[in-house]
Design a protein around this ligand. Structure first.
Ligand code: GDP
Ligand code: MG
Length: 195
């Protein structure tokens, strides 16, 4: 899979990464305000401990290494998606990810519709590839404002061949589980799909 040319401004980032484990690009997609940036900065924060502000790399990029099933993987989380970017820039984002987190807010049914559209666009853009994709229902802490049920989200994910998880970036709920899920999805779909 050779989508990794100069897209996502990640060449400078690549050169700074230790090469002791594999690095995979994680791209966050979703409507504005659903919590993409909050999730991304949370990933970096846990590595550095409580109360430590994560230091974003250049271009809203966060790096996180974790050991899952006795093997290390480094995730480069890119919070570069903007709904109002040009089509060309959006397409570059879709082409350069190894795994996609498509985020909606459980308080905003419209954001689930946006997520579904993005998944469809992703599938079209990466036709014939099994790109690991996780549908993420964020803001699960806002119980009273909930407008999308867990089952609705899960069903929607299943219909579109995605894994599903609900998170609260505000409380850090399920953020480790999400990271582990990312690593497992990459391994699962990566097997036998190599060059
Ligand atoms: P983005 O536009 O998708 O990057 O969304 P942001 O990360 O900037 O979040 C938008 C707003 O939602 C901010 O005010 C966040 O503090 C808030 N937010 C993000 N995640 C959560 C969450 O899990 N729970 C709650 N209650 N608020 C959240
Ligand atoms: Mg943001």
């Amino acid at each position: 899979v050779e989508h990794r040319g100069s897209c996502c401004s990640s060449e400078s980032a690549d050169s700074a990464i230790s090469t002791t484990s594999e690095t995979r690009r994680v791209i966050l997609l979703g409507a504005p305000g659903v919590g993409k940036s909050s999730l991304a900065s949370g990933f970096g924060a846990e590595e550095q401990g409580f109360g430590v502000e994560p230091e974003p790399r250049a271009d809203d990029t966060y790096e996180r290494s974790l050991v899952v099933d006795d093997e290390e993987m480094t995730l480069l989380v890119l919070d570069t998606w903007q709904q109002d970017s040009s089509q060309r820039v959006q397409e570059q984002n879709l082409l350069c990810g190894d795994v996609f987190l498509v985020v909606y807010s459980v308080t905003e049914p419209a954001s689930l519709h946006t997520a579904v559209k993005l998944i469809r666009t992703l599938r079209t853009t990466r036709l014939g590839e099994r790109v690991p994709t996780i549908l993420v229902g964020n803001k699960s802490d806002l119980v009273r404002a909930r407008g999308v049920s867990f089952d609705e989200g899960r069903t929607c994910a299943a219909e579109h061949g995605c894994k599903f998880i609900e998170t609260s970036a505000a409380l850090g709920h399920n953020s480790e589980e999400l990271l582990v899920g990312i690593v497992r999805q990459i391994r699962l779909l990566g097997e036998g799909a190599g060059p």
